[in-house]
Design a protein around this ligand. Structure first.
Ligand code: TZP
Ligand code: MG
Length: 213
């Protein structure tokens, strides 16, 4: 039996961890503070680490998340996710060309969480018909990892057609999260709103409180 039988619950605050945006602070410490403050799911998104670094950091984060009973998701690579027995995998549009969903599913098994990034209503509608456990949609607002953003105009349409949990992402912080919540968004993913905060726990708590309303 998988550790997370219902896989994704609603009102999740999903922290995507990237040391690039951590102001030189150890990513593990940020994870621990954010988890204790109430984040519901954690992703390791390290673009510059070699495979052995991803595996050793991934193992430490997976064990932390297991202890705190939240899912731990590995970005980009199903082989790393499999190797460390992560709770799940997050794929982008480029990743699924390399690792089609059927292959990732076969590697990880049906009880693991697999999410996909989408950047338009069209991409969303395709993902909506496939065996993903959640779909990320964005970037909603300007952000550093992408040179464009798609805005908040299609959020209601996306939520109307969605057959699975939708996680909105991209430039979301405490100053603009209500724009999404007022349109019915339940789940939010952030990098900088937490990782760049002076007070990691405080930032996580404030965002989480908005999702409870
Ligand atoms: N995918 C779409 S936007 C984004 C990713 C990984 C970055 C989100 O980072 P931030 O700091 O919350 O804007
Ligand atoms: Mg990717």
């Amino acid at each position: 039996m998988g550790f997370f039988m219902n896989k994704i619950k609603d009102n999740i605050l999903y922290l995507v961890l990237s040391s690039e945006y951590a102001r030189q602070r150890p990513i593990y410490d940020i994870a621990e503070l954010a988890i204790d403050a109430g984040i519901d799911m954690l992703q390791m998104r390290e673009k510059d680490l070699p495979e052995d670094g991803l595996i050793s950091l991934g193992r430490r984060l997976q064990s932390l998340c297991r202890k705190k009973a939240i899912p731990f998701i590995v970005n980009d690579n199903p082989y790393i996710a499999q190797k460390i027995n992560a709770d799940g995998l997050h794929l982008g549009q480029e990743d699924i060309k390399r690792y089609p969903l059927a292959r990732a599913r076969a590697l990880l098994g049906k009880e693991k969480i697999i999410g996909l990034s989408t950047h338009s209503v069209y991409e969303f509608s395709l993902a909506n018909e496939q065996d993903f456990d959640y779909i990320a949609y964005g970037p909603i607002f300007p952000t550093k990892t992408k040179d464009y953003n798609i805005g908040a105009k299609d959020i209601e349409a996306i939520l109307r057609i969605s057959k699975k949990p939708v996680v909105f992402i991209g430039g979301i912080d405490i100053s603009n999260i209500d724009i999404l919540i007022l349109q019915g968004a339940k789940n939010i993913a952030v990098i900088r709103a937490i990782t760049e905060a002076q007070d990691i726990a405080g930032a996580a708590r404030l965002l989480k409180d908005r999702l409870k309303i």
